[in-house]
Design a protein around this ligand. Structure first.
Ligand code: SAH
Length: 350
């Protein structure tokens, strides 16, 4: 117990913990777990007060050329109803989002060849032209550096690309032969060099993940020093080969949120939809463990069911306004408030 307190102190001081120290930290007992949580909450408040940032998520295409083994919209899932939003539909999502107080839009999708660089650039210019006071985040997978540069030059501000796992063997078990951890990391370093605010992240409890993998994730994240980190539990999808694997655990996800908040005090940490899916108060618990961002869905309700990365995703039936109100009430219930702001990271990452 005493040595755990000591480890937590060193984590807070920014010391680089060894892999075995990180492994004992993630497996700590409940008392030390509560110590981590309370410290993470305190650090969140020191840096961001009781403000919770929101991002309007627009899932604009579920066509994907990749075949990630865990993902419901993987190419080989022939039972997935594929869709693409038109530019007009995307602009309507933004318009509605803007009225609801969103000042960050996240365009997320599969790796869809239809949305080539010209089309993506046109979308960026249209959104940034109409909403210059908003930040635009892209989450559209692995691209050549030149593409990232073009999107940035057109006005994209941020890029989310979860690294998924920092362990090479684990990466290979979750993906196909044409995909490599090396390229995923190349993308993240390119994005950072170009000047994006960058987000990485991983799934908690993904198939074949070991404590060692998680320690690798934490060490990699510390080195990348991103502005955002997206983590959420792995949740099985019935149309994937991982359909019989158990879902990631709530407690481990919360603990990792706390560890990340302590490691990178100013980082943006979303309480993800996946967390809300495995627990009815998942988002609130995430915030209390150190998260400070929520990313509700702005996609048209007609397509939300089709953007099914995992089974039983929550909030697929509600209108955007309903989601926003529901979140606002949830945040109030834990003494926080949703703010109307771009919500830039205070981690400059330089
Ligand atoms: N194509 C984009 C967006 C991916 S979807 C890209 O490659 O970045 C966003 C995230 O959802 C993924 O990075 C992955 O971590 C998560 N995800 C996918 N399948 C999941 C599952 N079954 N359970 C939980 N999270 C999942």
């Amino acid at each position: 117990m005493c040595s755990m307190t000591d480890l937590i102190k060193r984590l807070k001081n920014g010391d680089e913990l060894s892999k075995s120290e990180l492994i004992s930290l993630i497996n700590c007992d409940d008392a030390a777990g509560e110590e981590l949580r309370a410290l993470a909450e305190k650090i969140r408040i020191e840096n961001y007060g009781h403000d919770i940032y929101t991002r309007g998520l627009i899932e604009f295409t579920n066509y994907c050329r990749q075949d990630c083994r865990y993902c419901g919209i993987r190419k080989s899932n022939l039972n997935c109803r594929r869709y693409r939003l038109t530019p007009e539909e995307i602009m309507r999502c933004c318009e509605e989002g803007y009225k609801l107080g969103f000042r960050t839009f996240v365009l997320q999708g599969g790796e869809d060849a239809y949305f080539n660089d010209d089309r993506i650039c046109r979308l960026i210019e249209e959104i940034k032209g109409k909403y210059p006071d908003c930040a635009l985040t892209l989450s559209i997978g692995e691209k050549p550096r030149e593409s990232y540069q073009r999107y940035f030059d057109c006005g994209a501000d941020r890029y989310l690309l979860r690294h998924e796992t920092a362990n090479k063997e684990h990466y290979a078990r979750l993906h196909q032969q044409n995909q490599s951890l090396e390229n995923r990391m190349r993308c993240l370093w390119d994005l950072k060099e170009i000047g994006y605010q960058v987000g990485c992240g991983f799934m908690v409890g993904s198939p074949y993940q070991t404590d060692e993998c998680i320690a690798d994730d934490l060490l990699f994240i510390k080195r990348l020093d991103p502005q955002m980190i997206g983590i959420g539990p792995f949740i099985h999808h019935s149309e994937t080969e991982f359909k019989d694997f158990p879902d990631g655990a709530l407690e481990m996800t919360l603990r990792l949120l706390s560890i990340l908040r302590i490691m990178l005090p100013k980082v943006l940490l979303p309480a993800t939809t996946a967390l809300a899916t495995i627990d009815p108060r998942g988002r609130e618990k995430g915030i209390l463990a150190g998260a400070n961002v929520v990313m509700p869905n702005l996609s048209p309700t007609g397509v939300r069911e089709a953007y099914q990365l995992y089974d039983n995703k929550v909030c697929t039936g509600e209108e955007s306004a309903q989601c926003r109100d529901c979140l606002s009430i949830r945040m109030k219930s834990i003494g926080c408030r949703l703010v109307i702001s771009r919500g830039d990271s205070k981690n400059t990452g330089n």
